[in-house]
Design a protein around this ligand. Structure first.
Ligand code: BTN
Length: 320
């Protein structure tokens, strides 16, 4: 309802009510809305400004920042001001004739993580995006796709000059030991020919302190590195990298990305614990196999464990 006024204020200049096309009653509603989004503003009752400005997402900008080969794969790019979860939103949709719908939100009120966790998603700072994708069923296992997307996100961020990432099986992105990005892939029932997926990615760019206190695990953001970057540019780069991997996946599978994944492995050769429901297995992490299963050296032999509800942590670390 007030999206246009917010956009006019995003550049940090002071605007009058006339310029924003608001009357005094609407100003009260607008400022109430800004407060609910935790946006800091200044007003004297006739003029209003957002002194820090906001780097708002823009669907046209994101689309135009993608290479043509990627843009051609997308049906549409949608930016929502607020939604419960971009994954839930796209999961309810079904694909039109074109393969991909990309949805980004400025804020998620019920952002979802893996294993029932929530994903803290304050307004206008980080990236929350989901891609609805139709994958032909080939030889490649869908299990490895979750790891492949992790590699794709690292590639996308590296391409924008952000480095130092590690991957924690199956696909958590870590930076300096804290989680900086998470991936949630959800699948609709498959037909004989294809499966429809929602690939959701959350990346912490600049986590406000008020939201940081709600995160229940060690976390990181890209903070200072974001000062000279636009969120639109970063979103376009990461999604482009994901689309390239998704397009190649039915033929190439995870095998072609396995070495890249192993090189990024946060836990390679480290003592780890695997929690399989009530059971705990201990051993040395030895990377992943061609299908994306984690390899653990246990009692002198390698055992492979597949995804699902397994959780992995360092043997001496109770935080992750
Ligand atoms: C994880 O727990 O590691 C996965 C986090 C995934 C978060 C993203 S944010 C965009 C999309 N929408 C959601 O509700 N979750 C994913």
């Amino acid at each position: 309802m007030f999206e246009n006024a917010l956009m006019l204020l995003s550049g940090a200049e002071k605007k009058s009510l006339d310029e924003l096309d608001l009357d005094h009653t609407q100003l009260d509603q607008f400022t109430e809305w800004l407060r609910s989004l935790e946006i800091v503003f200044e007003t004297d009752g006739h003029n209003i400004s957002i002194p820090a400005g906001i780097d708002l997402l823009d669907s046209d900008a994101i689309h135009s920042l993608m290479p043509n080969r990627v843009a051609a794969c997308l049906d549409k790019v949608e930016v929502l001001t607020e939604i419960d979860s971009t994954n839930s939103y796209l999961f309810k949709k079904s694909l039109s004739d074109k393969p991909g719908t990309l949805c980004l939100a400025e804020r998620q009120t019920a952002g979802r993580g893996r294993r029932g966790r929530s994903w803290v998603s304050p307004f206008g700072t980080n990236l929350y995006m989901s891609l609805l994708w139709r994958m032909p069923l080939g030889q490649a296992s869908i299990e490895g796709l979750s790891l492949a997307i992790g590699v794709a996100v690292v590639r996308g961020l590296n391409g924008e000059g952000f480095t130092g990432f590690k991957l924690k099986w199956p696909n958590d992105l870590l930076l300096n030991g804290g989680k900086v990005a998470g991936i949630l892939i959800e699948m609709k029932p498959a037909t004989k020919e294809h499966v429809e997926l929602v690939v959701g990615v959350g990346i912490n760019l600049n986590m406000p302190e008020t939201s940081a206190s709600k995160i229940d695990q060690p976390w990181q953001d890209l903070s200072d590195g974001m000062k000279s970057k636009s969120r639109n540019q970063l979103a376009a780069a990461v999604v482009s990298s994901m689309v390239d991997v998704l397009v190649q996946y039915p033929q190439a599978g995870f095998a072609g990305l396995k070495d890249e994944w192993d090189a990024l492995d946060a836990y390679y050769d480290k003592p780890v614990e695997l929690h399989l429901g009530p059971r705990t297995m201990r051993g040395l992490a030895r990377g992943v196999d061609n299908a994306g299963a984690i390899k653990i050296l246990i009692d002198g032999g390698i055992q492979c464990f597949h995804g699902g509800e397994i959780s992995l942590r360092l043997a001496d670390d109770s935080r992750s």
